[in-house]
Design a protein around this ligand. Structure first.
Ligand SMILES: C[S@@+](CC[C@H](N)C(=O)[O-])C[C@H]1O[C@@H](n2cnc3c(N)ncnc32)[C@H](O)[C@@H]1O
Length: 211
């Protein structure tokens, strides 16, 4: 009860997203069967804040869905910066085109449709910030690719790293096992300095190290 009250208090005292983001969240709930995948207000505001602190030139997002997190991250881009986002299915494209397109940040976003595991290495940009939010079963594949292309100082934010709290259970299903290994890798590897936040479904923030 106390935790729920505090959660509401935090949400009520956090800066509000703009009208397009509010409408995009509403349309995502009305028009998709998995609306819980959207970052939403609290995580979206954190992504926006981190991006505004970093003022990145190049952002890579893996897992667009309806573009909520892409719009949040784009808020902090350098005025000449670009955000590239990759989505495996075109099922949500109509929502991106009808609603996300109304945002003043939309023109900074480049949409790529297809499997990110194949597309990432064709995008030759010196990424400053990466948001990993696609298939959890592929997180170890993604981290291997990202370690090969990211420069020291690049920031990696990974979503769902607590996976409904299942990472602490003894019996782990396959996705949970992979997320647990992903978290352990980020902690153990000399390539990363990492912090996990117990926000929503767990968000980890890591900085690529000089090794
Ligand atoms: C949790 S949703 C992304 C939510 C979005 N980032 C947000 O915060 O609003 C994950 C998305 O990743 C996409 N996806 C899954 N595997 C992928 C892959 N291999 N390449 C690109 N996109 C993928 C899914 O179709 C889904 O739309």
């Amino acid at each position: 009860m106390l935790f729920k009250d505090l959660e509401s208090y935090c949400e009520n005292h956090t800066h509000h997203p703009d009208a397009v983001l509010v409408e995009l969240e509403r349309q995502t709930h009305l028009q998709t069967i998995s609306p819980q995948m959207i970052s939403g207000k609290m995580q979206g505001r954190l992504l926006s804040l981190i991006s505004k602190l970093l003022k990145p030139q190049y952002i890579l997002e893996i897992g667009t869905f309806t573009s909520y997190s892409a719009l949040c991250l784009a808020e902090g881009l350098d005025p000449t910066g670009e955000l590239h986002t990759i989505e495996i299915t075109e099922d949500y494209r109509h929502i991106v085109e009808s609603t996300a397109s109304k945002s003043k940040h939309f023109s900074k976003i480049h949409y790529h449709y297809g499997d990110a595991l194949k597309i990432i290495t064709n995008l030759n940009y010196p990424w400053d910030l990466v948001f990993l939010d696609a298939a959890k079963s592929k997180y170890l594949n993604f981290i291997t690719i990202l370690e090969g292309i990211l420069k020291p100082g690049a920031v990696l934010i990974a979503d769902n790293v607590l996976w409904y709290g299942k990472v602490v259970e003894l019996e782990k299903d396959e996705d949970t096992r992979i997320l647990d290994l992903f978290n352990k890798h980020l902690q153990d590897s000399k390539q990363w300095e990492t912090q996990i936040l117990a926000l929503r479904d767990g968000l980890s923030i890591s900085i690529k190290q000089e090794v």
